[in-house]
Write a protein that binds this ligand. Structure first.
Ligand SMILES: [Zn+2]
Ligand SMILES: [Zn+2]
Length: 274
């Protein structure tokens, strides 16, 4: 079981709690990638709350966190991430510097400060290390056993795409992202090429997208195009729009599968082994 992916939050923009968001889930972006016992968490949306409880039950104290960007839906769960409040926990948080020069550490510091939150970040007892980088830098993780590549994504205020390679398996995370120029798409094709799993921002239907150009999100049609161009083995549609109830999501997933059977709509709680 070299690589196991679990979706803890698949929704975009804001958590949705309703009877119509039970099948696909209402929590925002959070994905766990288990690499033979090393835990990587991508994004700290509201889904990270339940992940934190699960990690504690599994006695996992060492977490590598990758933050795509600091829009609310990707960081709002961090103040409720149980391991952050444990002295025994060691959290390595990787995030690209924002286009305005701010670091994620500064943004997290604001998130966890009055009047937004009662406990300032410097008071939380876990060991926190922030790793600040420029998008497109590459890293090796876990004593060279895993390779981490990054690239900037087209999105308001910027976002970072990630690709993890481990023992011949690869997972790419492309959220939040709006398909742009042919040159930009070609660069992304190289980045995600031959991924075993690509997690892709498909917030809008192709019809909705016509009204939301420039908002920084993409569609299942673009997911299918990229899957085909980059020879991706499996693609998870991700960052579902809050208005997309379970009924709408079922239709979106069917339309996407008709375009390419390698596509599926990620569901909260779903796990995959690569
Ligand atoms: Zn988002
Ligand atoms: Zn965003």
């Amino acid at each position: 079981m070299p690589v196991k992916i679990t979706f803890w939050g698949v929704r975009g923009s804001i958590p949705c709690c309703s009877a119509e968001h039970t099948v696909y889930g209402g929590n925002t972006s959070c994905v766990e990638v288990d690499l033979d016992g090393e835990t990587v968490v991508i994004d700290a949306g509201s889904g990270i709350r339940a992940l934190g409880i699960s990690l504690a039950k599994r006695s996992i104290n060492r977490v590598t966190m990758l933050v795509s960007h600091t829009h609310w839906d990707h960081i709002c769960g961090f103040p409720f991430f149980y391991p952050a409040f444990q002295e025994t926990a060691n959290l390595n948080i990787h995030a690209a510097r924002l286009p305005n020069g701010q670091t994620a550490e500064e943004v997290f510091g604001v998130l966890m400060s009055e009047p937004f939150f009662p406990l300032p970040m410097h008071m939380i007892p876990s060991v926190l290390h922030f790793h600040d980088f420029k998008p497109s830098e590459s890293f090796s993780l876990f004593d060279g056993r895993a390779a981490l590549r990054t690239r900037p994504l087209t999105h308001p205020n910027g976002a970072t795409g990630y690709r993890l390679d481990y023992q011949g398996k690869s997972v790419s995370y492309i959220s939040d992202y709006e398909h742009s120029s042919p040159a930009g798409v070609a660069e992304l094709v190289d980045f995600v090429a031959d991924s075993d799993l690509m997690i892709f921002d498909a917030m809008y239907t192709p019809l909705e997208y016509e009204s939301f150009k420039g908002w920084g999100h993409s569609t299942w049609r673009e997911a299918a195009r990229l899957t085909q161009m980059a020879n991706v083995k499996k693609t998870a549609l991700f960052h579902h729009a809050p208005l997309h109830t379970d009924d709408i999501m079922r239709q979106i997933e069917q339309d996407a599968k008709n375009a390419d059977p390698r596509l599926f709509a990620a569901r909260e709680g779903q796990s995959l082994i690569l």
